[in-house]
Design a binder for this molecule. Sequence first.
Ligand SMILES: CC1=C(CCC(=O)O)c2cc3nc(cc4[nH]c(cc5[nH]c(cc1n2)c(C)c5CCC(=O)O)c(CCC(=O)O)c4C)C(CCC(=O)O)=C3C
Ligand SMILES: [Fe+2]
Length: 359
Amino acid sequence: MEPYDAILLVSFGGPEAPDEVMPFLRRVTAGRGIPDERLAEVGEHYYHFGGRSPINDQNRALLVALRAELDARGEDVPVLWGNRNSAPFITDALRDGYAAGLRRVVAVTTSAYSSYSSCRQYRENLAAAVAELAEEGIEVAVDKIGPYAPRPGFGAANLERLLESMRALDGAPDEEIALLFVTHSIPTAMDETSGPGDGDGDLYQRQHLALASSLTEESNRRLGRDLTGELVFCSRSGPPSQPWLEPDVNDRIEELARDGVRTVVLAPIGFVSDHMEVVYDLDTEAAETAEKVGVRLVRVPTVGTLPTFVRDLVDAVEERAAEARGEAVPDFPGRMPAVCAPGCCPNLRAARPALCGRD
Ligand SMILES: CC1=C(CCC(=O)O)c2cc3nc(cc4[nH]c(cc5[nH]c(cc1n2)c(C)c5CCC(=O)O)c(CCC(=O)O)c4C)C(CCC(=O)O)=C3C
Ligand SMILES: [Fe+2]
C-alpha cells in the first residue's frame, strides 16, 4: 500500500459498561451546550442496553472484514483502530503503531458524509493526536480518504440492503408504503456551512438527497414500484431554540399514518453500522411511534460488514494510496477530494488545527 504502512480506522466510540456511560457522554458533549436533561435522557438509552453500545463490537467486526479483504488482495498492511470518544483512543492507536514501526498512515472514518461532525471534527481529532505525540518525540504522518457517501460502491451496498428489505414487503400496494431514508440531524447552521465553500453549502443534506434519490429510482426499477423516497432525521439534540434539520422521523411517521400509509420502510443511509442511534432512536423510539399509530415499520439494516461495502472501503484506500503516489484515480459524480479545501465544513465554535486539508 505504498506510501502507507498502516490503515487507521477512526470511529466515534461508545461505552461498554454502565460506569463508562457518563464519562463517555461528558467527552462527547464537552463544551457543546447540550442541556443536562438531554444528557440524562441519552444516558438512559445506553442503560436500557446494559450500558453497552454495540458500536465498538461492530468496529471490531469491520476490522476483521477489512483484514480478510486486504489479505485476499495480497495486501499485508496492518489496520489500526482509534476512537474519538472511548478507548481505544486515536492517540494510543497511533503511539502503538509507531512502536511497531509504522510512520505513515491513511485514515478511514466510519462517517461517510461531509459536515463538521462527520468530517472536520475527525480531522481535528487527528491533528490533536499527532500534536500530542509530537510532544513525546513521536512523528507520524496521517492522510485520510475523502467522504465516501458519493462513491458508487457505497450506493451499491446501500441498494443491496434496501432491496433485501423491500423484497419482503409482499404484495403491499405502493399507496400504502412510505420509503424514508434517515440520517443524524445536525444544526441547520452546520448543514448550511458543510462542504468546501465553493458551491451552495448544504453538502451534508445534498449528499444524502443524491443517494436517496438514486436508491429510490433503482429500487423502483428493480421491483417495479413507483415509490417517492424522502429524507428524514433522527437523534436531534441541542437546545430547542437552535434549529436542526427536519422533519424528525417520529413526526413524519405520525403524519404518514394519518395519510393512510400502512408500512414505513426506514433506510438509515446516514450510518454505517447498527449502533446506538439506530438500535435506540430507530428500533426503539421510532418503532414505538409506528406501533402507536398502527404502522408496520420495516427497518433496513445498515451496510455494516456487507462485502460490497468492505470492498469499496478498501478500493477507496487503494485509490488514496495511488493518489499519494501521483497516479490518476477514477472520477464519479460528487467525488470528494481526499485533501479538504481551506475552510471546508468549518468549526463554528472555535478555529482548531485540522489534518488532511489545505488549511
Ligand atoms: C452527523 C453525526 C453523526 C454521523 C456520523 C458519525 O458517525 O460520526 C453522529 C454519529 C454518532 N453520534 C453518536 C452519539 C452521540 N451524538 C451526540 C451528539 C451529536 N451528534 C451530532 C452529529 C452526528 N453524530 C451532533 C451535531 C451532536 C450534537 C453535539 C455535538 O456537536 O457533538 C451525543 C450527545 C448526546 C445527544 O444525543 O444529544 C451522543 C451520545 C454515536 C455513537 C452511537 C453509539 O454509542 O453506538 C454516533 C455513531
Ligand atoms: Fe451524534
